[in-house]
Design a protein around this ligand. Structure first.
Ligand SMILES: [Zn+2]
Ligand SMILES: [Zn+2]
Length: 388
Protein backbone atom coordinates (compact mmCIF):
# COMPACT_ATOMS: atom_id res chain seq x y z
CA UNK A 1 0.00 0.00 0.00
CA UNK A 2 1.35 3.34 -1.01
CA UNK A 3 2.02 5.82 1.75
CA UNK A 4 1.75 8.73 -0.65
CA UNK A 5 -0.95 10.99 0.76
CA UNK A 6 -2.22 11.91 -2.70
CA UNK A 7 -2.58 8.23 -3.58
CA UNK A 8 -4.17 7.44 -0.24
CA UNK A 9 -6.83 10.07 -0.71
CA UNK A 10 -7.06 9.46 -4.45
CA UNK A 11 -6.57 13.09 -5.43
CA UNK A 12 -4.37 14.87 -8.01
CA UNK A 13 -1.14 16.64 -7.05
CA UNK A 14 -2.73 20.01 -7.65
CA UNK A 15 -6.04 19.25 -5.92
CA UNK A 16 -7.44 22.21 -4.01
CA UNK A 17 -8.35 22.17 -0.29
CA UNK A 18 -12.00 21.55 -0.97
CA UNK A 19 -11.35 18.53 -3.16
CA UNK A 20 -8.98 17.07 -0.56
CA UNK A 21 -11.53 17.60 2.17
CA UNK A 22 -14.31 15.93 0.17
CA UNK A 23 -12.09 12.98 -0.70
CA UNK A 24 -11.12 12.50 2.92
CA UNK A 25 -14.69 12.79 4.14
CA UNK A 26 -15.81 10.10 1.69
CA UNK A 27 -13.03 7.70 2.74
CA UNK A 28 -13.37 8.43 6.43
CA UNK A 29 -17.03 7.60 6.36
CA UNK A 30 -16.19 4.37 4.63
CA UNK A 31 -13.49 3.30 7.08
CA UNK A 32 -14.63 4.92 10.30
CA UNK A 33 -14.25 2.45 13.21
CA UNK A 34 -17.91 2.83 14.10
CA UNK A 35 -18.91 1.68 10.63
CA UNK A 36 -16.15 -0.85 10.06
CA UNK A 37 -14.72 -2.12 13.30
CA UNK A 38 -12.41 -4.70 11.65
CA UNK A 39 -8.65 -4.07 12.12
CA UNK A 40 -7.93 -3.62 8.39
CA UNK A 41 -10.46 -0.81 8.13
CA UNK A 42 -9.13 0.83 11.26
CA UNK A 43 -5.63 0.76 9.82
CA UNK A 44 -6.87 2.22 6.56
CA UNK A 45 -8.74 4.88 8.47
CA UNK A 46 -5.56 5.93 10.23
CA UNK A 47 -3.68 6.08 6.93
CA UNK A 48 -6.19 8.30 5.17
CA UNK A 49 -6.49 10.48 8.27
CA UNK A 50 -2.75 10.89 8.34
CA UNK A 51 -2.73 11.68 4.64
CA UNK A 52 -5.37 14.30 5.22
CA UNK A 53 -3.43 15.76 8.09
CA UNK A 54 -0.55 16.35 5.68
CA UNK A 55 -2.50 17.65 2.74
CA UNK A 56 -4.89 19.88 4.64
CA UNK A 57 -2.03 21.78 6.26
CA UNK A 58 -0.32 24.09 3.72
CA UNK A 59 3.03 23.94 5.52
CA UNK A 60 3.09 20.16 5.83
CA UNK A 61 1.87 19.75 2.27
CA UNK A 62 4.64 22.03 1.02
CA UNK A 63 7.18 20.10 3.08
CA UNK A 64 5.97 16.85 1.59
CA UNK A 65 5.99 18.25 -1.93
CA UNK A 66 9.60 19.30 -1.43
CA UNK A 67 10.39 15.70 -0.48
CA UNK A 68 10.86 16.46 3.20
CA UNK A 69 9.24 15.12 6.34
CA UNK A 70 5.88 16.83 6.77
CA UNK A 71 6.01 16.19 10.53
CA UNK A 72 9.48 17.60 11.07
CA UNK A 73 9.50 20.17 13.82
CA UNK A 74 6.23 18.98 15.25
CA UNK A 75 6.13 17.18 18.55
CA UNK A 76 5.15 14.01 16.81
CA UNK A 77 2.34 12.42 14.97
CA UNK A 78 -0.95 13.84 16.01
CA UNK A 79 0.70 16.40 18.25
CA UNK A 80 1.05 19.27 15.79
CA UNK A 81 0.10 22.52 17.42
CA UNK A 82 -3.59 23.15 17.10
CA UNK A 83 -4.12 20.23 14.83
CA UNK A 84 -4.37 16.64 15.93
CA UNK A 85 -5.45 13.35 14.57
CA UNK A 86 -8.53 13.27 16.82
CA UNK A 87 -9.39 16.83 15.87
CA UNK A 88 -9.70 15.70 12.28
CA UNK A 89 -12.10 12.97 13.14
CA UNK A 90 -14.07 15.18 15.43
CA UNK A 91 -14.33 17.84 12.77
CA UNK A 92 -16.14 15.34 10.60
CA UNK A 93 -17.93 13.11 13.03
CA UNK A 94 -18.68 15.43 15.89
CA UNK A 95 -17.37 12.99 18.42
CA UNK A 96 -14.29 11.16 19.57
CA UNK A 97 -13.90 7.81 17.90
CA UNK A 98 -14.66 4.96 20.23
CA UNK A 99 -11.43 3.25 19.25
CA UNK A 100 -9.52 6.32 20.39
CA UNK A 101 -11.19 7.46 23.55
CA UNK A 102 -11.97 3.97 24.79
CA UNK A 103 -14.98 5.34 26.63
CA UNK A 104 -17.82 4.83 24.25
CA UNK A 105 -21.50 5.45 24.89
CA UNK A 106 -22.91 4.93 28.33
CA UNK A 107 -25.35 2.14 28.87
CA UNK A 108 -29.04 2.78 29.33
CA UNK A 109 -29.04 -0.09 31.79
CA UNK A 110 -27.95 0.89 35.27
CA UNK A 111 -28.41 -0.51 38.75
CA UNK A 112 -31.31 0.99 40.64
CA UNK A 113 -31.05 2.92 43.87
CA UNK A 114 -31.48 1.54 47.33
CA UNK A 115 -34.74 2.42 49.01
CA UNK A 116 -35.40 3.13 52.68
CA UNK A 117 -38.61 2.91 54.63
CA UNK A 118 -39.11 3.44 58.35
CA UNK A 119 -41.52 1.45 60.44
CA UNK A 120 -42.71 1.70 64.03
CA UNK A 121 -42.65 -1.49 66.10
CA UNK A 122 -43.68 -2.20 69.65
CA UNK A 123 -40.93 -2.93 72.16
CA UNK A 124 -41.98 -6.59 72.44
CA UNK A 125 -41.95 -6.94 68.65
CA UNK A 126 -38.44 -5.50 68.55
CA UNK A 127 -37.37 -7.83 71.33
CA UNK A 128 -38.86 -11.08 70.08
CA UNK A 129 -39.11 -10.44 66.34
CA UNK A 130 -42.18 -9.95 64.21
CA UNK A 131 -43.35 -10.54 60.65
CA UNK A 132 -44.82 -7.48 58.98
CA UNK A 133 -46.65 -6.86 55.75
CA UNK A 134 -45.24 -3.69 54.26
CA UNK A 135 -46.56 -1.62 51.41
CA UNK A 136 -43.63 -0.36 49.39
CA UNK A 137 -43.68 2.05 46.49
CA UNK A 138 -40.69 1.47 44.20
CA UNK A 139 -39.79 1.43 40.53
CA UNK A 140 -40.30 -1.96 38.88
CA UNK A 141 -39.49 -3.21 35.37
CA UNK A 142 -42.02 -1.90 32.85
CA UNK A 143 -44.15 -4.82 31.77
CA UNK A 144 -44.98 -3.31 28.39
CA UNK A 145 -41.42 -2.95 27.06
CA UNK A 146 -39.68 -5.36 29.47
CA UNK A 147 -37.30 -2.57 30.45
CA UNK A 148 -36.03 -1.66 26.97
CA UNK A 149 -37.88 1.64 26.89
CA UNK A 150 -38.83 1.12 23.23
CA UNK A 151 -42.39 0.55 22.11
CA UNK A 152 -43.04 -3.15 21.53
CA UNK A 153 -41.79 -4.14 18.06
CA UNK A 154 -39.43 -1.14 17.77
CA UNK A 155 -35.69 -0.83 18.41
CA UNK A 156 -33.37 1.98 19.47
CA UNK A 157 -31.47 3.46 16.52
CA UNK A 158 -27.91 4.80 16.36
CA UNK A 159 -27.73 8.49 17.21
CA UNK A 160 -26.96 10.49 14.07
CA UNK A 161 -25.39 13.36 15.96
CA UNK A 162 -22.62 11.34 17.61
CA UNK A 163 -22.75 8.26 15.38
CA UNK A 164 -23.29 6.06 18.37
CA UNK A 165 -20.26 7.25 20.30
CA UNK A 166 -22.27 9.09 22.91
CA UNK A 167 -19.82 11.99 23.08
CA UNK A 168 -19.23 15.08 21.03
CA UNK A 169 -16.10 17.17 20.93
CA UNK A 170 -16.12 20.88 21.46
CA UNK A 171 -13.13 22.65 19.94
CA UNK A 172 -12.28 26.09 21.15
CA UNK A 173 -9.60 28.24 19.67
CA UNK A 174 -7.30 29.92 22.12
CA UNK A 175 -3.78 31.35 22.11
CA UNK A 176 -2.55 27.88 23.07
CA UNK A 177 -4.06 26.42 19.94
CA UNK A 178 -7.21 24.37 19.82
CA UNK A 179 -8.57 23.10 23.09
CA UNK A 180 -10.70 20.06 22.65
CA UNK A 181 -13.10 18.71 25.24
CA UNK A 182 -15.48 15.78 25.06
CA UNK A 183 -19.00 16.20 26.33
CA UNK A 184 -21.93 13.80 26.41
CA UNK A 185 -23.96 14.02 23.24
CA UNK A 186 -27.00 16.19 23.91
CA UNK A 187 -29.08 14.53 21.21
CA UNK A 188 -28.91 11.06 22.79
CA UNK A 189 -27.85 12.09 26.33
CA UNK A 190 -24.70 10.05 25.87
CA UNK A 191 -26.42 6.75 25.17
CA UNK A 192 -25.29 6.60 21.54
CA UNK A 193 -28.76 5.49 20.55
CA UNK A 194 -32.12 7.16 20.32
CA UNK A 195 -35.45 5.51 20.99
CA UNK A 196 -37.58 6.77 18.11
CA UNK A 197 -40.82 5.40 19.53
CA UNK A 198 -40.64 5.38 23.34
CA UNK A 199 -42.80 2.98 25.29
CA UNK A 200 -45.96 4.80 26.27
CA UNK A 201 -46.21 3.02 29.60
CA UNK A 202 -42.85 4.20 30.98
CA UNK A 203 -41.98 7.10 28.61
CA UNK A 204 -38.82 5.23 27.59
CA UNK A 205 -37.38 4.84 31.10
CA UNK A 206 -37.93 1.07 31.12
CA UNK A 207 -39.50 1.13 34.57
CA UNK A 208 -42.70 2.21 36.24
CA UNK A 209 -43.63 2.92 39.85
CA UNK A 210 -45.57 0.25 41.56
CA UNK A 211 -47.03 -0.35 44.99
CA UNK A 212 -46.31 -3.81 46.30
CA UNK A 213 -46.89 -5.65 49.51
CA UNK A 214 -43.82 -7.29 50.99
CA UNK A 215 -43.59 -9.66 53.90
CA UNK A 216 -40.68 -8.65 56.10
CA UNK A 217 -39.28 -10.71 58.91
CA UNK A 218 -37.94 -8.42 61.64
CA UNK A 219 -35.41 -10.42 63.66
CA UNK A 220 -35.45 -10.54 67.45
CA UNK A 221 -33.28 -7.95 69.15
CA UNK A 222 -33.58 -5.00 66.76
CA UNK A 223 -33.52 -1.51 68.20
CA UNK A 224 -34.30 2.00 67.02
CA UNK A 225 -32.02 2.71 64.06
CA UNK A 226 -31.47 -0.94 63.12
CA UNK A 227 -31.79 -1.43 59.37
CA UNK A 228 -33.05 -4.70 57.97
CA UNK A 229 -31.72 -5.25 54.46
CA UNK A 230 -33.91 -6.82 51.80
CA UNK A 231 -31.66 -7.60 48.84
CA UNK A 232 -32.92 -6.59 45.38
CA UNK A 233 -36.20 -5.17 46.69
CA UNK A 234 -35.25 -1.51 46.09
CA UNK A 235 -35.67 0.57 42.98
CA UNK A 236 -35.24 -1.16 39.63
CA UNK A 237 -32.63 0.66 37.54
CA UNK A 238 -33.20 2.59 34.31
CA UNK A 239 -33.37 0.43 31.21
CA UNK A 240 -34.51 -2.54 33.26
CA UNK A 241 -31.28 -2.55 35.28
CA UNK A 242 -30.93 -4.65 38.43
CA UNK A 243 -32.77 -3.45 41.50
CA UNK A 244 -31.12 -1.85 44.49
CA UNK A 245 -31.73 -3.07 48.01
CA UNK A 246 -34.55 -2.11 50.30
CA UNK A 247 -33.71 -1.10 53.86
CA UNK A 248 -36.33 -1.19 56.58
CA UNK A 249 -35.33 1.11 59.41
CA UNK A 250 -36.75 0.28 62.81
CA UNK A 251 -38.23 2.79 65.23
CA UNK A 252 -39.16 1.24 68.58
CA UNK A 253 -42.17 2.86 70.22
CA UNK A 254 -42.04 3.80 73.91
CA UNK A 255 -43.42 1.19 76.30
CA UNK A 256 -45.74 1.87 79.24
CA UNK A 257 -43.73 -0.20 81.70
CA UNK A 258 -40.26 -0.85 80.40
CA UNK A 259 -37.48 1.39 79.25
CA UNK A 260 -34.74 -0.17 77.22
CA UNK A 261 -31.05 0.43 77.65
CA UNK A 262 -29.07 -1.74 75.27
CA UNK A 263 -30.35 -5.24 75.86
CA UNK A 264 -31.54 -4.50 79.41
CA UNK A 265 -35.06 -3.56 80.41
CA UNK A 266 -35.69 -1.21 83.30
CA UNK A 267 -38.89 -0.62 85.25
CA UNK A 268 -39.81 1.23 88.39
CA UNK A 269 -41.79 -0.55 91.12
CA UNK A 270 -43.50 1.60 93.72
CA UNK A 271 -44.14 -0.05 97.11
CA UNK A 272 -45.86 1.49 100.14
CA UNK A 273 -43.67 2.45 103.07
CA UNK A 274 -45.24 -0.23 105.22
CA UNK A 275 -44.57 -2.98 102.68
CA UNK A 276 -40.99 -1.81 102.28
CA UNK A 277 -40.57 -2.02 106.04
CA UNK A 278 -42.43 -5.29 106.61
CA UNK A 279 -41.49 -7.06 103.37
CA UNK A 280 -43.81 -8.48 100.72
CA UNK A 281 -43.93 -10.39 97.46
CA UNK A 282 -45.14 -8.79 94.25
CA UNK A 283 -46.13 -10.36 90.95
CA UNK A 284 -44.85 -8.30 88.01
CA UNK A 285 -45.28 -8.78 84.28
CA UNK A 286 -42.38 -9.61 81.99
CA UNK A 287 -42.13 -8.26 78.44
CA UNK A 288 -43.42 -11.63 77.22
CA UNK A 289 -46.82 -10.67 78.63
CA UNK A 290 -47.17 -8.32 75.64
CA UNK A 291 -46.93 -11.08 73.06
CA UNK A 292 -47.95 -14.32 74.79
CA UNK A 293 -51.35 -15.04 76.22
CA UNK A 294 -51.52 -16.52 79.72
CA UNK A 295 -52.60 -19.96 78.49
CA UNK A 296 -49.42 -20.59 76.51
CA UNK A 297 -47.36 -23.05 78.44
CA UNK A 298 -43.67 -22.72 79.07
CA UNK A 299 -43.42 -18.97 78.75
CA UNK A 300 -43.29 -16.92 81.94
CA UNK A 301 -45.38 -13.82 81.51
CA UNK A 302 -44.81 -12.71 85.10
CA UNK A 303 -42.26 -13.05 87.85
CA UNK A 304 -42.29 -12.91 91.65
CA UNK A 305 -40.44 -9.95 93.10
CA UNK A 306 -39.52 -10.45 96.74
CA UNK A 307 -39.40 -7.15 98.62
CA UNK A 308 -37.35 -7.96 101.70
CA UNK A 309 -38.25 -6.32 105.04
CA UNK A 310 -36.40 -3.02 105.30
CA UNK A 311 -36.11 -2.38 101.58
CA UNK A 312 -34.91 1.12 100.75
CA UNK A 313 -35.89 3.41 97.91
CA UNK A 314 -33.46 2.89 95.06
CA UNK A 315 -32.95 -0.82 95.69
CA UNK A 316 -32.54 -2.82 92.49
CA UNK A 317 -33.77 -6.28 91.69
CA UNK A 318 -32.09 -7.86 88.71
CA UNK A 319 -33.84 -10.66 86.89
CA UNK A 320 -31.12 -12.29 84.82
CA UNK A 321 -31.90 -13.09 81.20
CA UNK A 322 -35.34 -11.51 81.09
CA UNK A 323 -34.35 -8.46 79.08
CA UNK A 324 -34.13 -8.13 75.32
CA UNK A 325 -32.49 -10.86 73.22
CA UNK A 326 -29.32 -9.64 71.54
CA UNK A 327 -29.11 -9.64 67.75
CA UNK A 328 -26.05 -11.89 68.10
CA UNK A 329 -27.45 -14.12 70.81
CA UNK A 330 -27.61 -13.84 74.56
CA UNK A 331 -30.22 -11.89 76.43
CA UNK A 332 -30.16 -8.84 78.63
CA UNK A 333 -31.54 -8.47 82.15
CA UNK A 334 -34.71 -7.06 83.57
CA UNK A 335 -33.94 -4.54 86.29
CA UNK A 336 -36.68 -3.45 88.72
CA UNK A 337 -35.97 -0.25 90.63
CA UNK A 338 -37.81 0.05 93.93
CA UNK A 339 -39.37 3.34 94.94
CA UNK A 340 -40.70 3.49 98.51
CA UNK A 341 -43.83 5.60 98.68
CA UNK A 342 -44.41 7.77 101.74
CA UNK A 343 -48.11 8.15 102.58
CA UNK A 344 -49.37 11.67 101.95
CA UNK A 345 -52.88 11.86 103.38
CA UNK A 346 -53.21 10.43 106.86
CA UNK A 347 -56.50 10.15 108.70
CA UNK A 348 -56.41 10.82 112.48
CA UNK A 349 -56.11 7.13 113.36
CA UNK A 350 -53.17 6.56 110.96
CA UNK A 351 -51.42 9.65 112.25
CA UNK A 352 -51.89 8.44 115.82
CA UNK A 353 -50.38 5.05 114.96
CA UNK A 354 -47.37 6.58 113.22
CA UNK A 355 -46.71 8.95 116.11
CA UNK A 356 -46.85 6.00 118.45
CA UNK A 357 -44.40 4.14 116.24
CA UNK A 358 -42.10 7.16 116.15
CA UNK A 359 -42.18 7.39 119.94
CA UNK A 360 -41.33 3.68 120.30
CA UNK A 361 -38.44 4.07 117.84
CA UNK A 362 -37.21 7.28 119.49
CA UNK A 363 -37.73 9.17 116.25
CA UNK A 364 -39.93 12.05 117.52
CA UNK A 365 -37.07 14.56 117.10
CA UNK A 366 -34.82 13.03 114.42
CA UNK A 367 -31.62 14.96 113.70
CA UNK A 368 -31.24 13.64 110.19
CA UNK A 369 -27.97 12.13 109.02
CA UNK A 370 -25.91 14.54 107.00
CA UNK A 371 -23.43 12.99 104.56
CA UNK A 372 -21.44 14.09 101.58
CA UNK A 373 -23.66 14.06 98.49
CA UNK A 374 -23.08 11.17 96.15
CA UNK A 375 -24.73 10.33 92.93
CA UNK A 376 -27.81 8.41 93.86
CA UNK A 377 -29.11 5.31 92.20
CA UNK A 378 -31.91 7.46 90.87
CA UNK A 379 -29.49 9.89 89.36
CA UNK A 380 -27.76 7.06 87.55
CA UNK A 381 -31.05 5.63 86.43
CA UNK A 382 -32.27 9.00 85.20
CA UNK A 383 -29.04 9.48 83.27
CA UNK A 384 -29.47 6.07 81.74
CA UNK A 385 -32.98 6.88 80.57
CA UNK A 386 -31.99 10.27 79.26
CA UNK A 387 -29.20 8.73 77.22
CA UNK A 388 -31.63 6.48 75.53
ZN1 LIG B 1 -42.02 0.59 29.00
ZN1 LIG C 1 -25.70 11.03 20.27
Amino acid sequence: MSQDPYDLLGVDRDADTDTIKKAYRKLARQYHPDVNPDPASQERFKEVSRAYEVLSDPQKRAAYDRGGDPFAGAAGFGQGAGFSFTDIMDAFFGGGAAAQSGRGPRSRVRRGQDALIRIDVELAEAAFGVTRELKVDTAVVCGTCAGSGASPGTQPVTCETCHGVGEVAHVQRSFLGEVRTLRPCAACRGFGTIIPDPCRECSGDGRVRSRRTLTVKIPAGVDTGTRVQLADQGEVGPGGGPAGDLYVEINVLPHDTFSRRGDDLHCTVTVPMTAAALGTTLSLPTLEADVVSGQDSGVETSFELEVKPGTQSGAEHVLRGRGVPGLRGGRGDLVAHIVVETPTRLDPRQEELLQELAAIRGEEQPTGQVKASQKSVFGRLRDAFNQH
